[in-house]
Design a protein around this ligand. Sequence first.
Ligand SMILES: Nc1nc2c(c(=O)[nH]1)N[C@H]1C(S)=C(S)[C@@H](COP(=O)(O)O)O[C@H]1N2
Ligand SMILES: [Mo]
Length: 200
Amino acid sequence: MALRPFVGKRGRQRTDLPPGQYDVGRDFPVLTAEVTPRIDTARWTMTVDGLVERPTTWSWDELHQLPETAYEGPIHCVTTWSKFDTSFAGIGVDVLLDAARPLPGASHVLATSTTGYTTNLPLDHLRGGQAWIAWTFDGKPLPREHGGPVRLLVPHLYFWTSAKWITRLTLLDHDERGFWERNGYHDLGDPWREQRYWGD
Ligand SMILES: Nc1nc2c(c(=O)[nH]1)N[C@H]1C(S)=C(S)[C@@H](COP(=O)(O)O)O[C@H]1N2
Ligand SMILES: [Mo]
């Protein structure tokens, strides 16, 4: 299928497309820098640690007892595809942070995957209903190649910050670059400000 940059599904110019992005339509590209892991949910855990009052670890079952919330909207990859009308569900990161209670000095977060992939975010960008620990896509279990059984979802930033196979959020009092951020990607990654690379 030929790509038609900047043109939406119905052939109209989209007004909700960040600069330099195109609408990928129904496709959902897979971008992974490492081998796709096979994760046993009986052994997987989610931890919030670092500068928090109560470092906390949840099992798969414990997380599923928390209130599920959904995200419906677009996602934007730095490689220039945007996907509209996506639908994810899981636990709001706010719920986990409220349980772990960030200490006053906490300003940044390093997210870590079971594979060792990392990505850094300002704490403010994980709060206020902006981020999820997501386990369904389109109402079905999140496919392995898209981070299943569970991934971080931070849809207002470029998608490299949405760490697949998430297992840990570590709160810090400084910014510590993750995998792509060490390799040239921007420390934040706001698609509307086109923060793709260092210096953008
Ligand atoms: N663990 C892990 N998470 C990751 C990546 C990765 O290589 N490993 N790639 C990132 C990048 S660059 C993008 S664009 C998205 C891609 O998610 P998708 O494969 O579901 O489209 O995942 C992000 N999360
Ligand atoms: Mo990406």
